[in-house]
Design a protein around this ligand. Structure first.
Ligand SMILES: Cc1cc2nc3c(=O)[nH]c(=O)nc-3n(C[C@H](O)[C@H](O)[C@H](O)COP(=O)(O)OP(=O)(O)OC[C@H]3O[C@@H](n4cnc5c(N)ncnc54)[C@H](O)[C@@H]3O)c2cc1C
Length: 415
């Protein structure tokens, strides 16, 4: 009998298992994948996500795998304006990373094992076990195909968008959004690029970042309805998109594509109730949004931390587990909702509305405010505070007056 069984061993599952094991719980972590293992996902890890790795003592190990930091001089090119800056709002200004998932997920699963979780790779969960309406364990099979049953006080689904656990417990889903964007990405050598570059153009968005092995991730997003058309000739559609930013396009075309194009038809947006009798959900299994704002990995880390706090309090008898998990859900929703809405807005791939264009224009000559904007839109600092009418008006007024608020004295988010 385990205290917890975690299904899925990537960005959400491995940290959940690791943190529970570090608190002394007996944890089984299973995944049908065998690590190191890749998955369909680009992998921008924002500074606030890297900061979670630092809290867990894993950031130095990631940095030592031979990849440069990003977000120290990142750029967001919105057409008429290019915003360049540093994300100062998290990780002590040391930036984030763009680690290959084979390496990041491998590091996480190893950290869970080192912390005391029992890890079973190549293990597929087929059924949950119920008693009196509560989940009490699961049935699954390892590489040999032999079916086994395991029991636990709680079974945690960290099994992604198509979560088997969420489906088996019929986790209620709410505030759903349809798929909006499709994407292709690949890896290039020989590209002149030092930091993350993002380009927003009408009806497409693209960018790139340096990753492991001297390679550069190059990714392009289009409206989801164009998926079949793009898939029919990915190379031509990518070239067409990158031509909308001629310097970036030229630098990519001077490089060499080293891998195939990886594509995805789109990812839906949803919230799921992340708990019930004997079960919990974490990461994409519990809440998901379009990848356009690249929040999924960082969100999964934070969700894992917060879920473990609630579970620990409940399992150790410091409070009623159900109440603690209900509070966890409410706090999760409050934390992520502004970014959920921003993501859904950006995923329309419509040009920025006039008020946002006015803000971009005003940010042009105000480096502290640009850094603060990049911090907010990547999730390092609270988005509603930066986007408050008062703060935006202050930035626009300063631009009109020909001054920039370089001393930051008037707002904690400007400067
Ligand atoms: C195209 C694309 C680009 C993205 N780009 C970014 C980005 O740049 N930055 C970012 O932060 N996020 C990005 N994301 C989102 C990110 O990939 C996810 O948010 C993140 O992977 C969620 O982690 P997770 O652990 O919850 O789930 P997953 O990574 O989906 O892991 C789930 C695991 O569960 C296992 N599993 C499932 N079912 C079973 C079963 N029955 N038995 C055993 N094991 C099972 C799977 O094998 C898998 O390993 C992107 C996503 C996509 C699709």
């Amino acid at each position: 009998m385990y205290d917890a069984i975690v299904v899925g061993a990537r960005c959400a599952g491995s940290p959940t298992a690791m943190l529970l094991a570090r608190k002394g719980y007996r944890v089984l972590l299973v995944d049908r994948a065998r690590f190191p293992s890749d998955t369909i996902s680009t992998h921008i890890l924002w500074p606030h996500g890297a900061e979670a790795l630092a809290r867990w003592g894993l950031l130095d190990a990631l940095a030592a795998t031979g990849l440069p930091p990003i977000c120290r001089r990142m750029s967001l090119d919105v057409g008429p304006f290019v915003l360049r800056g540093t994300i100062r709002g998290a990780n002590g200004g040391r930036g984030g990373f763009c680690p290959r998932r084979t390496i990041l997920d491998g590091l996480l699963v190893n950290a869970a094992a080192r912390s005391g979780a029992e890890v079973r790779e190549s293990f597929t969960v087929d059924d949950l076990l119920f008693a009196d309406g509560a989940v009490v364990g699961l049935r699954g099979r390892g590489a040999g195909g032999k079916q086994v049953e395991e029991r636990a006080r709680i079974v945690i689904g960290a099994d992604g968008v198509h979560s088997f656990v969420a489906a088996a417990v019929r986790a209620p889903e709410y505030d759903t959004r349809p798929i909006a964007v499709c994407a292709y990405y690949s890896y290039f050598s020989g590209v002149r690029q030092e930091d993350l570059e993002l380009y927003l153009r009408e009806r497409c968005a693209f960018g790139g970042a340096p990753t492991h092995d001297g390679l550069h991730l190059v990714m392009v997003n289009w409206p989801a309805r164009r998926f079949a058309e793009v898939r029919a000739d990915v190379e031509a559609h990518v070239a067409q998109a990158l031509a909308l930013a001629s310097d970036f396009g030229a630098r990519v075309s001077q490089g060499t594509r080293e891998e195939r194009w990886y594509g995805v038809a789109g990812v839906p947006g949803y919230f799921r109730r992340p708990y019930g009798a004997g079960w919990a959900l974490v990461g994409d299994a519990g809440y998901c949004k379009d990848p356009m704002t690249a929040q999924g990995i960082s969100d999964s880390f934070i969700d894992a931390e917060r879920l473990v706090e609630a579970l620990d309090a409940g399992l150790s008898g410091r409070g009623p587990l159900e109440d603690l998990l209900a509070a966890h859900e409410a706090a999760r929703n409050e934390r992520v909702r502004p970014m959920y809405e921003l993501t859904n807005e950006i995923a329309t791939l419509e040009p920025p509305p006039p008020p946002l264009q006015a803000l971009f224009a005003a940010l042009q000559h105000n480096q502290p405010a640009t850094d603060a904007y990049l911090s907010a839109m990547t999730g390092a600092t609270p988005l509603p505070e930066f986007m408050s009418e008062e703060n935006v008006a202050r930035i626009i007024d300063a631009a009109r007056a020909g001054t920039s608020e370089r001393d930051g004295s008037s707002s904690r988010y400007v400067g």
